[in-house]
Design a protein around this ligand. Sequence first.
Ligand SMILES: NC(=O)c1ccc[n+]([C@@H]2O[C@H](COP(=O)([O-])OP(=O)(O)OC[C@H]3O[C@@H](n4cnc5c(N)ncnc54)[C@H](O)[C@@H]3O)[C@@H](O)[C@H]2O)c1
Length: 378
Amino acid sequence: MRVGVVGCGGISGSHLSGYANLSQTEIVAVSDINETALHKRADEFEVKGRYTNYQQMLDQEGLDLVSICTHAPLHMPIAVAAAKRGINVLSEKPLAVDLVQADRMFSACTRAGVHLAVSHQFRFTPIFRQVKQWVDDGRIGQLRSIREVGKGREAGFELMEMGVHYFDEIDFFLGGIEWVHAQISYQGHSATIEDIMHSSQLCQTDQRDNGTVTGDTMLVHVGGKNGTYGEIELYCRPERHGWMMGPHLLGSRGQMMVKPNAKTGIDEIWYCPFDVSFANQTPDWELVPFDEALFLIEGKAWPSRHTIWSIQNVVTAIREGQQPELSGKQALVSLECVSATYESHFTAARVNLPMTDRQHPLEKRQNTKIEKENGEQY
Ligand SMILES: NC(=O)c1ccc[n+]([C@@H]2O[C@H](COP(=O)([O-])OP(=O)(O)OC[C@H]3O[C@@H](n4cnc5c(N)ncnc54)[C@H](O)[C@@H]3O)[C@@H](O)[C@H]2O)c1
């Protein structure tokens, strides 16, 4: 399978090392407008095809699959350009900046008969698969809820960076998301239209472009199948604890967590045989041993959250004529949840999925406000 990558920044290294280590894929070209970044990655993976214009790469390299590793606003135009040339797409998350763009990606790929998949790699890792199996087998009784906490960046930014991963994890464990209910605040008050801004203004320590966002703090409730719930808490803190990320699953007869070890960053599974945590009355949490052989792909061990896990699913599915697990309408779910989060806050109501109004919920409100102000002026 001939593969190309657009965007040679941080996450591209993970895509390229994944493709370089799968026997079914050959990296034939990479593209970046920044020549330094382009040649650095191309040299690292000994890639011959090097392009500063991704359209030329898509035209000339006869690709079967392209990974999109640019910031979110470019995911849509690159995916549509690839689809028009009959190339399957694996997009980095968030799939797009809003559902209008995501729908365009989806219909372009559907029309062209190619797959559009999004890279939420966590659900594909052996640890998540194992925990899901144990939960489905009733190891913590009946699953009631899942809690996720952000890394500590401003919530509106974090929602697009980590929140989309959390929505996907919750969707994975609950077997589907039916509704979202959220409350957002900014500098201590309930977020208003005045607090809507660009992601780079909200989060000055991470300049990745996540479009229009709002809020430094969020509490998001998610409704799953059969009366199960998810809860995502995103709030700022000076120390950005990456090790806090990962699901905390609460069941009727116990709890389970997947959290990266604070020192090594490697995921661990923790289990507690009691349904709530209450200081010294809670039994000890136990570290659950895990079969390390499950981390091997073609004889090589991979970190627990590496992109190779989602790449492997996409490549295998395409080769076997199947639909990748996070493609089709499923690719849109985590972004639907982002839109529903904002819509819920501004309407103070629960929002059912899929969203019927596809416009960006924040930009829609900004535009209405501008129209009203102009209307009053004239
Ligand atoms: N799945 C994950 O765990 C994970 C982790 C990190 C980042 N991401 C996502 O990956 C995406 C990229 O993030 P990053 O941290 O690698 O960003 P980055 O800023 O490090 O890299 C982006 C690259 O895209 C290039 N670029 C810009 N315009 C281009 C164009 N027209 N054509 C080709 N290249 C272009 C830039 O020059 C840059 O090198 C984001 O959407 C981010 O959310 C996902």
